[in-house]
Design a protein around this ligand. Structure first.
Ligand code: PLP
Length: 411
């Protein structure tokens, strides 16, 4: 049995600890689900109140100009761009991630019209695969969605592939693809590379420019803490932007929306990927939540994330040995995102028991208990305490109750 790490020492040297006070996490809760829905911040709460009362309420339609609503998708997109290694003018906030997958994938396929294969993997999030398969059918041009195992992606890249469409971090296991290497391989084969950063943005350093990625999408409500239903973002490599012809050509992507021309002329740059009116109130919350990333290097966030995850794995394995838990995340942090997953045959009920004790993670079928680690508000002490609660639940069998076995609509 390994020694318990010196939890207090790890927290004492934590340079991000001062951000915690900005998060409104209920007392008694250890929140390990920020990878699914980031918590409310003081700033977002206050900003929404202001956007409702002082902007919508007082300015009415003048808010589009006077409160900067019209330019917010671009301005907030640039703020996210800084977190994912994208230059100003290459990221915009828009729609939700699913819709952005559709928009980016359709644009990418049109740029490789002679090729018919969309290559993805079985670790991708289902909505991305549904969108790709629906698009392939809907285009009626003989496109095929080819799904291989995550380890088989590299070998499956050949000159039939139009677009390699991957999610960097597997939502279930936390396994992380090598974005740079796979993008290079796709480019060698003449394919385009599109990345979903849902579990990457705000969790660790992403370098879209350095990796040469062509398209990317990601969520606003996970590690970016934009709130339920926050708008998502998308990226198009600057050199490609002028070649993108949006399949969903809407007025917010028009060069002159208020000229009300009958014909569509795309806006210069990334803005053409916008479609309709942005969700101004949600966007205000996302904008305010992003303040917490100001003055922080993503490298510092990553270092703490690794430390939190390592602490959790060590504590769970030390305290819960013999209780049927199996680490399904990679043990090597180099190939792991900011989450740790353990499989257990009664994973659903065990997770419900944990949640009842204030340790909030989530469950992914068939047997995965998933714990996300967001460095801006978690301490090592909380992570160790969560492991201790898990150990106690397994030790006492307190998970074995009908109310913990009853499945809710959202797991
Ligand atoms: C969470 C997640 C989504 C969610 O898409 P929405 O359209 O926002 O519901 C998409 N892709 C991945 C990889 C995700 O993890």
């Amino acid at each position: 049995m390994s020694e318990a790490p010196d939890i207090e020492a790890l927290d004492a040297e934590d340079a991000l600890a001062n951000r915690r006070a900005d998060f409104l996490i209920p007392g008694g809760v250890i929140y390990l689900d920020g990878n699914s829905l980031g918590p409310l911040t003081v700033r977002a709460r206050d900003r929404i109140a202001c956007a409702v009362t002082d902007e919508w309420g007082a300015m009415l339609i003048r808010g589009w100009n006077e409160a900067g609503w019209f330019h917010a998708p671009q301005r907030v997109g640039d703020r996210i761009g800084r977190l994912v290694g994208a230059p100003p003018g290459s990221v915009t906030v828009a729609d939700n991630t699913s819709t952005n997958v559709f928009k980016c994938l359709s644009a990418a396929l049109a740029m490789r019209a002679s090729r018919k294969v969309i290559l993805s993997d079985s670790g991708n999030f289902p909505t991305d695969l549904y969108i790709a398969s629906g698009l392939a059918d809907g285009l009626g041009q003989g496109h095929e969605l080819r799904i291989v195992a995550p380890e088989a992606v590299k070998a499956a890249i050949d000159d039939s592939v139009a677009v390699m469409m991957l999610t960097e971090v597997d939502y279930r296991t936390g396994r992380r693809h090598d974005m740079k290497r796979l993008t290079a391989k796709a480019h060698e084969a003449g394919a385009l590379a599109m990345w979903d950063l849902a579990h990457s943005a705000g969790a660790f350093e992403v370098d879209l420019t350095g990796a040469g990625a062509d398209f990317a999408v990601g969520c606003g409500y996970k590690y970016l803490n934009g709130g339920p239903g926050a708008p998502a973002f998308l990226y198009v490599r600057p050199e490609l932007q002028e070649h993108v012809r949006p399949l969903i050509a809407g007025w917010m992507g028009h060069a002159a929306p208020f000229a009300f021309d009958l014909g569509y002329t795309p806006l210069e740059g990334i803005g053409r990927m916008r479609v309709g009116t942005p969700p101004v109130l949600s966007l205000a919350a996302l904008d305010a939540a992003l303040d917490l990333f100001d003055g922080v290097e993503m490298a510092a966030i990553r270092a703490k994330s690794v430390s939190l995850c390592e602490t959790f794995i060590r504590e769970v394995e030390r305290l819960c040995a013999g209780h049927g838990l199996r680490l399904v995340s990679p043990r090597d942090p180099e190939i792991r995102g900011s989450q740790v997953s353990f499989a257990h045959t009664e994973g659903y009920a065990v997770m419900q028991a944990l949640i009842a004790r204030g340790v909030i993670g989530d469950f992914r079928a068939p047997d995965v208990m998933r714990f996300g680690f967001a460095p801006l508000y978690l301490s090592h002490r909380e992570v160790a305490a969560a492991a201790a609660v898990l150990a106690e639940i397994l030790e006492t069998g307190s998970w074995d109750r009908p109310e913990f076995r009853a499945r809710a609509a959202v797991t």
